[in-house]
Design a protein around this ligand. Sequence first.
Ligand SMILES: [Zn+2]
Length: 130
Amino acid sequence: MVAPGPGGDVHELSIALSLIDEAAGAARSEGYVRVMRVHARIGVLSGVVHEALQFSFQMASPGTACEDAVLEIEEVPIQVRCPVCQQVVQLPNAYRFVCPTCGTPTPEVVAGRELELVSIEVDDDEAASA
Ligand SMILES: [Zn+2]
C-alpha cells in the first residue's frame, strides 16, 4: 500500500496516519469534506524526522479528506525544569540534559515530547451538504 519513505519508518507513517485520521475526523464533524492545511506540533524529543513525516503524510493522504493538504510542522523545543534555578529552561540540544545556567542535571522534561494536531484549515467551498 504505502512505500517506506526516505529514512522513514513505521514511526513517522503511523504518526502521519493518525494526524490524517484526526484531521479528517475533525473536518467531518464540522461538515467539511476537504482539509487544506494541517498544523501539527512535534517535539524535538519525539524522534520524528520531519522530512519522513512529510513524506509519509503525502503518501498516506490520497483518498482521504487530507488529500493535497499541506502539513505544517511546528517544532517544539526541549524545555526542562531546573531543580536549582526553579525555572523552566530551554535546552539547545537533546544530548545534554543539564541546566544551561547552572549546570545541574535536569531530568524533568516539561516540553519537547509533543506529537499533536493543533488545528486544521478546511475548504469552505466544499462543505458537505447534510
Ligand atoms: Zn539551573
